[in-house]
Write a protein that binds this ligand. Structure first.
Ligand code: LLP
Length: 403
């Protein structure tokens, strides 16, 4: 649930208008502290998966906590540099990209995880062992909140399949490639600690083929609670389990490995709230529709993944409970919630969507030529605008208008 008060959210809507994304910096900091504490004593590094939310002010705040950053495109790498990250704090985990983009990342000097034999071979041919890289493996583990966000299973496009191990070793041998990192990212919203432990097992099973590997990168994917009462990944248990696994590996083999993680949702999901205003209340048959000043153009997760976002009626929290479909204003079905019990909704009420920090604004679009929302950040109790609401000029910005 939001760590900001309803009054703070209501005041923000008054000052900045709706629809509005509101973030809470200290919540991001608290999540990072939780991770650090859970892994205290271990040789571990955390790289914020920037794809979840790339506003430069968020990136700067993340940097100020001491966390490093994981990027999924060369543009995210450039944003990370603009936010003040050093190349050594930047990891670029690519998939299916042109080799030119890998070259560009190398020029900048960031850590690079490569996810295909084709690009690994090109890299090895070009640079042999002069620039250490990571290899993304496909561990063939099915896990994650839904199929779209499951990335490590045996039919997934991501990574070098374990079945291709021989060919990978061949590339290593033939080109002299210096493989420093073995990487997996199994999926998003993985609750079970056992899934992460299984991933570690898979990697530790093959690491002896790679004498130059110093880092095991386990990607992101920690689950956070979305529904009231729901539990997320038990990070503290995960810390204990993984520390044991890596310590016993070190005792057995005499080999020390550093562990990396790339959390996105864990750091920013709960730090975000999306505020919308109810524009139209409509009764059709037995169904009450609460139509709001937003839609799948601003928050697509419910429609795209069937994701649950908890909604609060912050204008009428003590109203009698009624059942609503909360719907958007886009020209196709964009239901945020169906048959959702909520305190009585009136036209003009403000609704607050929880868990709006990760993959929400970030996946927004200009569909129906509507403006994308403004974003604000609370830090030290003070809200500040970190993205202006779009205007008509923004819709036209890159269009060649001509005559
Ligand atoms: N590392 C890699 C290589 C990834 O592909 C991802 C997410 C992460 C780390 C961070 O995963 P997280 O900790 O946030 O679960 N748009 C979807 C989520 C897609 C995740 C894509 N990759 C959603 O809204 O649920």
């Amino acid at each position: 649930m939001s760590t900001l008060s309803s009054q703070q959210l209501i005041d923000s809507a008054k000052s900045f208008g709706t629809p509005l994304y509101v973030y809470h910096a200290e919540k991001i900091g608290a999540q990072y502290d939780r991770l650090k504490n859970a892994f205290a004593g271990a040789d571990v590094r955390f790289f914020y998966a920037a794809k979840a939310l790339t506003n430069i002010n968020i990136l700067r705040y993340v940097r100020s906590t001491g966390c490093s950053i994981d990027c999924s495109s060369i543009n995210e790498v450039k944003l990370a540099l603009l936010a003040g990250f050093e190349p050594t704090q930047i990891l670029y985990t690519s998939n299916n990209i042109l080799f030119e983009e890998i070259m560009e990342a190398k020029e900048i000097g960031v850590h690079i995880n490569i996810d295909s034999l084709s690009n690994l071979r090109k890299f090895g041919n070009a640079f042999a062992g002069t620039y250490p890289v990571g290899v993304r493996l496909r561990p063939n583990i099915m896990a994650g909140g839904n199929l779209k966000i499951s990335t490590g299973h045996a039919e997934s496009k991501f990574g070098v399949p374990l079945e291709d191990m021989e060919e990978l070793l061949q590339v290593q041998k033939e080109t002299g490639l210096h493989i420093r990192t073995l990487h997996i990212h199994t999926g998003s919203e993985i609750k079970d600690v056992e899934v992460f432990a299984k991933g570690v097992e898979v990697l530790l099973d093959v690491v002896n083929y790679f004498p130059t590997v110093e880092v095991i990168d386990l990607g992101g994917g920690f689950k956070v609670p979305y529904m009231p009462g729901e539990e997320g990944t038990d990070i503290e248990k995960l810390g204990t389990v993984l520390k044991q696994e890596f310590n016993s590996f070190e005792e057995k083999t005499g080999r020390h490995l550093q562990v990396w993680f790339e959390p996105g949702k864990f750091l920013v999901s709960e730090a975000g709230t999306f505020i919308v205003r109810v524009s139209v209340l409509k009764k059709a048959g037995d169904t009450w529709f609460a139509g709001v000043d937003s839609g799948l153009n601003h928050l697509i997760r419910p429609m795209f993944y069937g994701s649950y976002h908890h909604i609060e009626n912050i204008s009428n929290p003590d109203g009698p409970t009624r059942i609503y479909h909360v719907v958007g204003n886009i020209c196709e079905t964009d239901n945020f919630a169906e048959n959702r019990p909520l305190p009585e909704i009136r036209e003009g009420d403000l609704l607050a969507f929880q868990n709006a920090g990760a993959y929400c604004f970030e996946m927004s679009s200009y569909y129906n030529s509507r403006f994308r929302p403004a974003e604000i950040l609370f830090e030290n109790g003070e809200p500040r605008l970190i993205r202006k609401r779009d205007q008509l000029e923004d819709l036209l910005q890159n269009q060649v208008i001509g005559r």
